[in-house]
Design a protein around this ligand. Structure first.
Ligand SMILES: [Zn+2]
Length: 154
């Protein structure tokens, strides 16, 4: 399945879809989950192939997720090295306790800051927010933010 967002076509590996579905906050007390998004870029086609999962270092509550600065860093280095630089850091994901998520002002601030700080070679950054039924996807690049909310990709 390919999802068009602005000029980009996004694809999700089955591993990524499984992680997103598996972390939905379907239990009443389930905290937000999240991590980093990794993938490969083929011109404007973004192939999302890996996600990191929450660690003990992250701050989590029912409606809050803050990835620890170093959490996820080793997976970025591992994948980059083992793919000869083909697999890169593409952005951040987390869950929301709502059916069709909308980003909070903090989410938007975070992705803008990450984009500014980004020292990698990518000229865009992804924000994925998984809700109970829908996945919110935003692509930030120098022309702004393009986004869509889609039923969880099958
Ligand atoms: Zn959020």
């Amino acid at each position: 399945m390919t999802i068009q967002i602005g000029k980009y076509q996004l694809e999700f590996s089955s591993e990524v879809r499984t992680i997103l579905l598996g972390h939905r906050q379907l239990g009443r007390a389930d905290p937000e989950a999240g991590g980093i998004v990794l993938g490969r870029l083929f011109e404007d086609r973004i192939s999302i192939c890996r996600l990191s999962v929450p660690t003990e270092l992250d701050k989590r509550s029912r409606s809050y997720f803050e990835r620890h600065r170093i959490s996820g860093q080793s997976i970025v280095e591992y994948e980059f090295f083992n793919s000869s630089g083909q697999i890169n850091y593409f952005g951040e994901w987390h869950t929301h306790p709502e059916a069709s998520p909308t980003p909070s002002s903090r989410d938007i601030k975070m992705i803008r800051e990450q984009f500014k700080l980004n020292t990698l070679n990518m000229d865009f950054l992804l924000l994925l927010i998984q809700g109970y039924s829908h996945l919110f996807i935003a692509v930030l690049d120098k022309s702004g933010i393009a986004s869509a909310s889609v039923p969880h990709p099958q």
